[in-house]
Design a protein around this ligand. Structure first.
Ligand code: UFG
Length: 328
């Protein structure tokens, strides 16, 4: 029996594939390689290039491999782009997601671990954010994730599909083998590392007038290895007959943009000039998880998510892969 990992050649997907295979799990990856990288996977990982919602391809994958479960990462995940090009997000994340989950249900796959996001909460009413907090996204990306959450919940009620929707906060860091390489890169830590490496002259800081102690937005950074571990535990939870659930993946501790940059200066010992720019539309001032429920349901603890370890791992990966994933 194999686990289908859609988006398994992407940032979080590839680290999860690494973790699953280290545990001896049979994995098959489906990825369109728009953001993913074939080089992020070992050559012997069964791999299909295509859209997550390609029903014919899914039938072939299900025929070639006896599928037991799916971890569904495949999605576009850039908040700003989703505001500018919502159709792309609803087609890619929602339309493809509906087709994929329906096709898998037809093939008898009854367990899904889904990449959701704290973007489903929108502007939080209270910090830290619990799973019971109001969900009202402030961008199409967040709506696309919330729609799939609702779909999974309805399919559980009607068809008995069991799922865990994991609401990530800010994924960051790298494993020994896999790291973050987006095109274009919009995330804070890889952008600051590009300045540390001299690839970019200055870090744009999007606003310093937020209602936070130093005026820059606060985020809850979670190591990609801890994220991958939570996916594997969510799968085990479903295998044990556990209930469907919605779970936050964060540490409960927030860091401002300036605090992250300072930590990167300390780890890299490089000069990192910054330039204050206008706030990015749709950026909430503070997003911090309450991970209490996740710890109880999955017996999960963020083991390596202190900010220094996150930054050091991302820096080490970038030093080894200065241009990201490129064929040698
Ligand atoms: N930032 C900068 N300069 C940069 C990049 C980012 O100042 O060059 C700031 C942003 O304005 C924000 C913070 O750093 O305040 C973090 O920004 P990221 O782009 O790294 O992450 P976001 O919090 O915007 O987005 C993340 C995930 C999304 C998810 C979202 C939930 O990348 O997928 O959290 O709000 F939807």
């Amino acid at each position: 029996m194999a686990i289908l990992v859609t988006g398994g050649a992407g940032y979080i997907g590839s680290v999860t594939v690494e973790g699953l295979r280290a545990r001896g799990e049979a994995v098959v990856v489906l990825d369109d390689l728009v953001q993913g990288h074939r080089l992020a996977l070992d050559a012997d990982v069964p791999f299909y290039q295509g859209n997550a919602g390609d029903r014919k391809l899914l039938a072939r994958v299900a025929h070639d491999h006896k599928l037991e479960a799916c971890i569904h990462f495949a999605a576009l995940a850039s908040v700003g782009e989703s505001v500018a090009e919502p159709a792309k997000y609803f087609e890619n994340n929602v339309e493809q997601g509906i087709a994929m989950i329906s096709a898998l249900a037809q093939q008898g796959v009854r367990r899904v671990v889904f990449s959701s996001s704290c973007a489903t909460y929108g502007e939080p009413e209270q910090i830290p954010i619990t799973e019971q907090s109001r969900q009202w996204p402030t961008n199409p990306y967040g709506w696309s994730k919330l729609f799939l959450e609702r779909l999974l919940d309805s399919y559980d009620t009607a068809y008995g599909l069991k799922f865990v929707a994991l609401r990530y906060f800010n994924a960051a860091g790298a494993s020994e083998k896999c790291g973050e390489h987006h095109k274009p890169e919009t995330h804070l830590i890889p952008n600051v590392l590009s300045v540390a490496l001299g690839e970019q002259p200055v870090v744009p800081v999007f606003g310093n007038n937020y209602p936070t102690p130093d005026g820059t937005p606060i985020r809850d950074y979670i190591h990609v290895i801890d994220l991958a571990d939570a996916h594997i535990r969510a799968l085990e939870h479903l295998r044990r007959g556990g209930q469907s659930d919605f779970l936050n993946l964060g540490t409960g501790h927030g860091f401002s943009v300036f605090e992250v940059i300072e930590c990167i200066r300390e780890v890299t010992r490089r000069k990192i000039p910054v330039h204050i720019e206008s706030p990015r539309p749709g950026d909430p001032s503070r997003l911090v998880a309450d991970p209490t429920k996740t710890k109880a349901v999955l017996a999960w603890e963020p083991a390596v998510s202190d900010l220094r370890s996150i930054v050091r791992s991302a820096w080490n990966w970038r030093l080894r892969h200065p241009s990201g994933y490129v064929a040698q």
